[in-house]
Design a protein around this ligand. Structure first.
Ligand code: FAD
Ligand code: AMP
Length: 480
């Protein structure tokens, strides 16, 4: 094997493996370095997303939802299902099989496209040289015309709750719990905390989420966040805002957590397990030699411009290790953009239209600007809201909680954002994302013929409601 490549990618998460495959498709001689091992101790591909992130969490969310549905929701459909049992190790085992299949799939795609898979830990040096230390400690130095850093991120550890992955778990440890904890504490009511908390809530844990901030899902549209909070509360999630965790102690095999409550008083809670979900930090430790020429930004991420160029010639960075939302699809789009730019094409990533989803049930999904952001930007706007309670399809499915909200410019009617809490919100919001990519107006969506009866009709009706034309609810604004 030659030690010289057109493109060398560091990291095989959704940003890195996608960049590598696209570069190879474009005829570039490409390699991808990955240091991660799977649960079996063997080298794996796919990064956080496939091994310990998006996919395994969704596998457990889907399994736990099926259990909850069978146990608590079948009755309303006239189905009685007595003696429903769960087998947590079997659920975790199913999740592991999916991980294995998908990570193996990335290996097959590498082979099919001719991407060289290099196993080991990479370090970037000056002159686009990359040293890789393999699992036996042997070092090899590679050279490339272009290096794409896609080293991703890892969970943040906070001193008040040091992770031991026995009683105090990070998101990775939380995917390996083998029996339902009676009381489960979660620090951080963000996306990951809500998803992992939901898994165990459905399986019977009493779940308490301790969140330092005073508003729930502060980055989401607040009308949707408030509705979501009500729905989650009804499901039994105990979300305590203004509750900053200040310490923890292991006592008699349990975790005693201290936190400062909304009144500034110290409270304690005892949990069988505690999951720490306070955010993620970019992976840069030991990655950059002093002469690499790559700079970090004020938050310790690799500095890049809009095109993901670092400023050092031929060095690019994509995914969680750079600015922007830590989302798999955001990194993948950056990976494609960089590979195509290296090949001489001129694509861009549209950072204004990146969907964001919380895979609770119902899902919470958004794209574009929130009402708060549009207001802060001083833009005149109209809002259309359609509740799932008025959707025939949602009623048939017994999924009537939540709403679709569409925000459009008051003058041009151009859609600025869509925010949904409700059944299949992730897939519904994607319809609006696609339309926004083509510069849609709310009227365009309203004039589109939607199949009946579908959940998607809620999107059409919300779009019609923007201009007071909704048929199946009373309009806030009169029809012109
Ligand atoms: P990563 O996936 O973190 O991959 C980086 C890879 O680089 C890793 O495999 C790492 O081992 C490797 N690496 C790092 N340094 C080196 C080095 N020096 N040498 C060699 N290899 C190196 N996002 C979504 O969009 N949707 C979701 O539903 C979702 N759910 C999530 C659920 C959980 C529980 C978690 C933890 C995350 C979730 N995310 C989700 C976030 C998503 O996983 C990340 O945004 C995504 O994986 C980032 O991709 P990446 O390629 O930038 O980095
Ligand atoms: P996210 O950024 O979506 O992963 O969410 C992480 C959440 O953890 C944020 O909402 C933070 O406010 C919250 N958080 C961080 N530190 C603490 C802490 N010590 N106690 C409680 N919540 C915290």
């Amino acid at each position: 094997m030659s030690n010289k490549f057109d493109v060398l990618v560091i990291g095989s998460g959704p940003a890195g493996y996608v960049a590598a495959i696209r570069a190879a498709q474009l005829g570039l001689n490409t390699a991808c370095v990955e240091k991660m091992t799977g649960k079996d101790g063997k080298p794996t591909l796919g990064g956080t997303c496939l091994n310990v992130g998006c996919i395994p969490s969704k596998a457990l969310l889907d399994s736990s939802y099926k259990y909850h549905e069978a146990k608590d929701d079948f009755g309303i459909h006239g189905i009685s299902a007595d003696g429903i049992k769960m087998d947590v190790p079997a659920m975790v085992g199913r999740k592991d099989k999916i991980v294995k299949q998908l990570t193996g799939g990335v290996g097959s795609l590498f082979k099919a496209n001719g991407v060289q898979h290099i196993v080991g830990t990479a370090k970037l040096h000056g002159g686009r040289k990359v040293s890789v230390v393999d699992f036996e400690g042997n070092e090899t130095v590679y050279e490339a015309d272009n290096v794409i850093i896609a080293s991703g991120s890892t969970p943040i550890d906070i001193p008040p709750a040091p992770v031991d992955n026995e009683l105090i778990l990070d998101s990775t440890g939380a995917l390996e719990i083998q029996e339902v904890p009676e009381r489960l504490g979660v620090i951080g009511a963000g996306v990951i905390g809500l998803e992992l908390g939901s898994v165990w809530n459905r399986l019977g844990s009493e779940v308490v989420l301790l969140e330092a901030m005073d508003s729930f899902l502060a980055m989401m549209d607040q009308q949707i966040a408030k509705d979501s909070a009500k729905i989650f509360k009804k499901q039994g999630l105990d979300i305590r805002l203004k509750s900053r965790v200040t310490g923890s102690e292991i006592k008699d095999g349990k975790v005693v957590v201290s936190y400062e409550d909304a009144n500034g008083e110290t409270q304690t809670e005892t949990f069988d397990k505690l999951i720490v979900c306070v955010g993620r930090k970019p992976n840069t430790d030991g990655l950059l030699a002093d002469d690499s020429g790559v700079k970090l930004d004020e938050r310790g991420r690799i500095y890049v411009n809009d095109l993901c160029a670092t400023g050092a010639p031929g060095i690019w960075a994509v995914g969680d290790v750079v600015r922007g939302p830590m989302l798999a699809h955001k990194g993948s789009e950056e990976g494609v953009m960089v590979a195509e730019r290296i090949a001489g094409q001129k694509p861009l990533v549209n950072y204004d239209i990146i969907p964001n989803v919380i895979y609770t049930h119902p899902e919470v999904a958004s794209v574009g600007r929130t009402e708060e952001q549009v207001k802060a930007d001083g833009e005149e706007y109209n809002v259309g809201v359609f509740p799932f309670a008025a959707s025939g399809r949602a009623m048939a499915a017994n999924e009537t909680a939540g709403m679709v909200k569409i925000i459009a410019n008051a003058e041009t009617d151009r859609v600025l954002g869509c925010h949904i809490v409700g059944p299949s919100a992730a897939d519904l919001v994607q319809q609006v994302a696609l339309a926004m990519e083509f510069g849609t107006s709310a009227e365009d969506i309203g004039m589109t013929v939607f199949g009946h009866p579908t959940l998607s009709e809620a999107v059409k009706e919300a779009a019609l409601a923007v201009n007071g034309h909704a048929i199946h609810i009373q309009n806030r604004k009169r029809r012109k």
